[in-house]
Ligand binder design. Structure first.
Ligand code: ARG
Length: 476
């Protein structure tokens, strides 16, 4: 191939043994640079650490190392200013940067790839990328948790119906409901933290698959890049993508949780429920129906859950049946990982921005809780406290509910004499347990919905959030 002919691709960095140019379509088909250029920061950081280590090991001279570091910094600036010409014939982010380095600094640039391979390079880049993404997503999850704790405190006394089968079951407090969401996210954070531990292991040094003949010092690169450990087996190091799958699995669970919350927000903001008002700036209107205010953000988050589940399936299927060690299949890991990161980050962020502005219609919530015989269980418990076996109490209350249905009223609206017709144990104090406030206040134990318990649970959550913030600050 002639360098002089501008219509031809630049020579391949691996072109030595080839006698034919790559097919033009195959060149595009196999290239990853359109999407993996996103790894340029991680790739440059990895190269800087590698070059410094090579110098310490006596493979590069100090002058060569200096030139490489300066050249890489310039390339980073070039990429960030938009002035870098990404080349598809150069395949991927790694060879684009390396070729540009040699173009800029000459001979020394050709020495950077000593003792490494794109196989350990790309695995390192992806781990660095995901580590940072996990930290950012964790930060957004924390912001969302704070919003939930604050809502829980604000609405600790707000009574609403609790549902089973989407039928009114028993009264709960709105704050209690918010803390249920909080618990889901608390579990999600532990899963992400766990995934981060296995992500933060350094493959660099595995080279193509078998390690390298050069006297590398993996501990030096590990420390520079902030990895917790170096991989113990070179074959595993270049081929393992468990961390990406674990991330997609943890992300799927977060999205599933957000989707459940989204579903409730959609229901609650409908005219039929009327429990909440979503801030206008998180909703959109209809181009034809002027009255509409659609809960687009929750709906979209619910919808985006599917693509994250899809990425989990893609990654699992991508890895299935791959023989050791690296295979080109692995190039297909990037788009699912990137899209999972973007989708998850955006979804959590949208919720964290939206929830503090949620308006709760307290009167409507209370009314809905009082409407569906939500305190029937409280009446049964009352009868038990007055000596009836629970099954008999259940039957008596069932009959009382039937009477209320016939009269078209609630249990609390039945006159005392009528209630006493169902059980002689009933006295005037029954109306305290039939009131929704009495019902929630009496569920006064750890994990219960009583306002006092909700405040206590919110205080515990606050302490957890503060402790995790402090430990994050002390680490950074
Ligand atoms: N672009 C490749 C990837 O994303 C980099 C590693 C290529 N290695 C190779 N032996 N072809 O996986």
């Amino acid at each position: 191939m002639s360098d002089a002919d501008p219509s031809r691709s630049p020579p391949k960095l691996w072109g030595g043994r080839f006698s034919q140019d790559t097919d033009a379509f195959v060149e595009r088909f196999t290239a990853s640079v359109p999407f993996d250029q996103r790894l340029y920061r991680q790739d440059i950081a990895g190269s800087i650490a590698h070059a410094r280590m090579l110098q310490q090991a006596g493979v590069l001279t100090a002058a060569e190392c200096e030139q490489i570091l300066a050249g890489l910094e310039e390339i980073r600036a070039e990429i960030e200013s938009g002035g870098f010409a990404w080349s598809v014939p150069l395949e991927d982010v790694h060879m684009n940067i390396e070729a540009r380095l040699t173009q800029r600094i000459g001979e020394a640039g050709k020495k950077l790839h000593t003792g490494r391979s794109r196989n350990d390079q790309v695995a390192t880049d992806l781990r660095l990328f995901l580590r940072e993404a996990i930290d950012q997503i964790t930060g957004e999850l924390e912001r969302l948790q704070w919003a939930l704790v604050e809502l829980a405190e604000r609405e600790a006394d707000t009574v609403m119906p609790g549902f089973t089968h989407l039928q009114v079951a028993q009264p709960v407090t709105f704050g209690h409901h918010m803390l249920a969401w909080y618990e889901m996210l608390a579990r999600d954070r532990t899963r992400l933290a766990d995934c981060r531990r296995r992500t933060n292991v350094m493959p660099l040094g595995a080279a193509a698959l078998a390690g390298t003949t050069f006297p590398i010092d993996r501990e030096l690169t590990r420390a520079q890049l902030g990895f917790d450990a170096v991989s113990a087996n070179s074959l595993d190091a270049v081929s393992d993508r468990d961390f990406a799958i674990e991330f997609a699995a943890a992300a799927s669970l977060v999205m599933m949780h957000l989707s459940r919350c989204a579903e409730e927000l959609v229901l609650w903001s409908s005219a039929q429920f009327g429990f909440i008002d979503l801030p206008d700036r998180f909703c959109t209107g209809s181009s034809i129906m002027p009255q509409k205010k659609n809960p687009d953000v929750p709906e979209l988050v619910r919808g985006k859950t599917g693509r994250v589940y899809g990425h989990l399936m893609s990654l699992l299927t991508l890895m299935k049946s791959q023989p050791l060690a690296y295979n080109k299949d692995n190039q297909e890991d990037k788009e699912p990982v990137f899209d999972t990161v973007d989708t998850l980050h955006g979804s959590v962020r949208a919720f964290a921005d939206m929830l503090p502005a949620l308006q709760v219609n307290r009167a409507r919530c209370r009314q809905a809780a009082a409407e569906g015989f939500a305190t029937a269980t409280d009446l049964a418990d009352y009868l038990v406290r007055h000596g009836l076996p629970f099954r008999d109490a259940h039957a008596a209350v069932g009959a009382a509910v039937a009477e209320a249905v016939t009269r078209g009223c609630d249990l609390a609206d039945l006159p005392l004499e009528v209630l006493q017709g169902f059980s002689a144990q009933i006295e005037a104090d029954v109306y305290e347990v039939l009131a929704v406030e009495g019902s929630v206040a009496s569920r006064d134990h750890v994990g219960g919905t009583a306002p006092a318990r909700v405040r206590a649970a919110a205080a515990v959550a606050r302490r957890h959030l503060e402790a995790s913030r402090e430990s994050a600050e002390s680490q950074s």
